[in-house]
Design a protein around this ligand. Structure first.
Ligand SMILES: [Zn+2]
Length: 249
């Protein structure tokens, strides 16, 4: 039966919204590439954005999350802008640049990734979070974190997955792979966008490090480093600093 995944908060409105699982306006591309569920274990499956709508949040709870949608949108448009400027400066004569700075609210972005993770795993094969007992539904604690009523504990939260010389992909496409613990429940999710890899980990003990045996878009994540609550992304053009993105935590 269709129902709101934030139902445990107890104040659902009657109508379910036709939620886009991944906010449509974020991407120029039109598909999310998903891998790792039983139905897409061997190879990634592309899901068209038009097919990524589902009645999984009521109107009230959908509206309550609109501020974190803004945080997600800002992040992706900033990444796009940084890529654009890097391409422009690459063609210019090398010199000390005016460093362009950007700033992103880390906790809001983290909550946005949690919302997307829940949307993509909602009503699928596994409970979301260790203490959830219901297939395809998040634990009450995760719902409360998504709505800003509680915070992630310990080492749960957003990680950047990085490696020197990592391939930058300029395609405007998002990839997603769930982390499934002992084939029992979802303990996190991997996101890829334009060569960025992010991990949202749901449990307080933090993710295994290194992420041995995990791949996303052909990248061996076992070779990568995990940066918890990354504070900044620095971008050089030639030998000079060109751009700086700060995350406020
Ligand atoms: Zn609701």
């Amino acid at each position: 039966m269709e129902s709101c995944w934030a139902g445990c908060l107890g104040d659902c409105s009657k109508k379910l919204s036709r939620e886009h699982l991944v906010s449509e306006s974020l991407f120029l591309g039109d598909a999310v590439r998903v891998q790792g569920f039983p139905w897409c274990k061997e190879r990634p499956k592309e899901i068209g954005l038009s097919g990524l709508t589902a009645k999984i949040l009521c109107d009230r709870h959908n509206n309550a999350l609109s501020s974190i949608d803004t945080a997600g949108k800002e992040f992706f448009s900033t990444m796009r802008e940084m890529r654009r400027l890097a391409n422009v400066r690459r063609t210019m004569k090398l010199r000390p640049w005016n460093v362009v700075e950007y700033s992103i609210n880390g906790p809001d972005l983290e909550r946005w990734f949690l919302k997307i993770l829940v949307n993509l795993c909602c009503d699928r094969d596994y409970p979301i979070g260790r203490v959830s007992a219901v297939r395809g539904r998040p634990s009450e604690q995760l719902v409360r974190v998504a709505f800003g009523l509680e915070q992630f504990e310990g080492r749960a939260g957003l990680y950047f997955v990085v490696r020197a010389g990592m391939q930058v992909d300029s395609a405007d496409r998002i990839s997603f792979a769930p982390l499934i613990k002992h084939r029992v429940h979802i303990e996190g999710g991997l996101f890829g966008f334009r060569g960025l890899r992010l991990l949202l980990f749901l449990e307080p003990e933090g993710p295994p490090s290194p992420l041995s045996g995990l791949f996303l878009d052909g990248e061996d994540l076992g070779q990568c480093q995990l940066n918890f609550h990354n504070k900044q992304i620095r971008e050089n053009s030639g030998k000079y600093r060109s751009q700086l993105l700060r995350f406020r935590w």
